[in-house]
Design a protein around this ligand. Structure first.
Ligand code: AMP
Ligand code: GLY
Length: 428
């Protein structure tokens, strides 16, 4: 089969690796890709224009389109392929626009959860005209206050504030001053959930589903989960507290009702569902849905999947995912992200990278990298490269990640040295 993968992050690099190892994969194209993906497939740059992507898919005889990132899905790429007679036959891994609203609108997602009795934090949604009412509602909540821009805001739309004054000021900024543009035309105010987070991933054909390995990511730039939020500094899989009993609750209370809810509302969904969970004293609550895989969770999840992912994609296209046997490796897989100094605020690009050829027993998934004319690899983003490793234990996997990460060099290399530490404390 010929496959086109859209994306350029370490997440897509990990998915590309998994696709390429499939016996069903005849040819893999990746757009817009990065320097690390050159060895995984044919890299092209098709941009965001659906017509251009479709023409390419037709010319190359693409059978499967895998969409890594949420934006094209929220913009309706699956609908665009389905409504065109030339591309209708292409199996798009990613939901239709209406279903992608699970990520595209927090208000839509919350309503969906309440309607389907899926455990989530208590909330209300307010528009610009409801500012006073929103401030009254804030007063009924306990600190800290959770404010979420309704639309896509490049992962920055959630603000958690310790005092009522700060929460009111933020509400003003979001609603009246359009802090996140159109994305904050509506704001969800919700109850703060105290617990430990976990990311659960599901593959579905809209009717049947398979659960992928769960993972935990580390979002803050600073050790001990301090400082600004980033695109992710590391991840581990499996997650020690997500044991059989917890995952059974997740399946019964969240996954099954989610799939049934999609069917009830005729929301066509083929692809990955990423459920961001909070375990509150062992009980799972949904923090958010995403309509794609997580980054950097995918880097620790893909290597653990033993079965053929392309076979799952193919069965999704046929609506027969129930026939897929998902085999998962029991070993731990962990990821440490190397980032540019200054990230997630301003940082420099174009630093020469070295040492990747010295790394052993690990996967290197590129994020922000590019090759220059001389074939050197340069940094080209805030998050630069993910170092992923297996181990019999989480400690062993992480120790190897850090050993390999030492060998990679570029000016300003920055990393968190405490990935997985909170989970190790749980093991004690
Ligand atoms: P989201 O973009 O919805 O994933 O939110 C970003 C992060 O904010 C989450 O990963 C959580 O760490 C945190 N968060 C979101 N909602 C809540 C909540 N209701 N209670 C506590 N933390 C939350
Ligand atoms: N790791 C969180 C995300 O991908 O949104």
């Amino acid at each position: 089969m010929k496959i086109l993968l859209l994306g350029s992050g370490a997440r897509e690099h990990a998915i590309a690796m998994k696709i390429r190892e499939s016996r069903l994969c005849e040819e893999l194209f990746i757009s817009p890709a990065n320097a690390g993906m050159i060895s995984e497939g044919v890299c092209v740059n098709l941009g965001n224009d659906f017509e251009k992507i479709k023409s390419f898919a037709v010319e190359q005889g693409i059978d499967i389109l895998v969409v890594g990132n949420e934006q094209p899905l929220v913009d309706g790429i699956a609908d665009s392929f389905a409504s065109d007679e030339h591309t209708r036959h292409i199996n798009v891994i990613g939901p239709k626009k209406a279903a992608a609203m699970l990520e595209g609108s927090k208000d839509f997602a919350k309503e969906f959860m309440f309607k389907n009795n899926i455990p989530t934090a208590r909330y209300r949604t307010f528009g610009k005209e409801d500012l006073n009412e929103a401030k009254q509602f804030l007063k009924t909540m306990n600190p800290p206050y959770v404010l979420k821009a309704d639309g896509l805001a490049a992962g920055k739309g959630v603000v958690i504030l310790p005092t009522l004054e700060e929460a009111e000021a933020e509400l003003d900024a979001m609603l009246s001053q359009a802090k996140f543009g159109d994305a904050s035309a509506k704001v969800v105010i919700e109850e703060f959930l105290s617990g430990i987070e976990c990311s659960v991933f599901v593959l579905t054909d809209g009717k049947h589903y398979k659960i992928l390995p769960e993972a935990k990511d580390y979002k803050r730039i600073g050790e001990g989960d301090t400082g600004l939020n980033t695109g992710g500094m590391g991840s581990v899989s499996p997650v020690v507290f997500a044991d059989k009993e917890f995952m059974q609750k997740v399946e019964d209370r969240i996954i099954r009702p989610t799939i049934e809810g999609l069917q009830k509302d005729n929301l066509e969904y083929r692809g990955f569902i990423f459920i961001g969970l909070m375990s509150v004293a062992g009980e799972p609550y949904v923090i958010e849905y995403n309509v794609r895989m997580g980054d950097p969770e995918t880097e620790s999840v893909m290597p653990r999947i033993e079965s053929d992912l392309v076979e799952a994609f193919d069965l999704i296209g046929k609506g027969e995912l129930d026939k897929y046997e998902m085999k998962i490796k029991s070993d731990y897989c962990t990821t440490v992200m190397l980032v540019s100094k200054g990230y997630p605020e301003s940082y420099e690009k174009g630093k020469v990278m070295s040492g990747m050829d010295l790394c052993e027993d690990c996967f290197l998934f590129h994020a922000g990298t590019k090759a220059d004319e001389e074939g050197r690899i340069l940094t080209a983003g805030g998050r630069v490269i993910a170092v992923t490793s297996f181990g019999k234990t989480m400690q062993e996997a992480l120790a190897n990640c850090y050993r390999q990460a030492e060998k990679i060099d570029f000016e300003g290399k920055t990393l968190r040295r405490d990935i997985g530490k909170d989970l190790m404390n749980l093991l004690k």
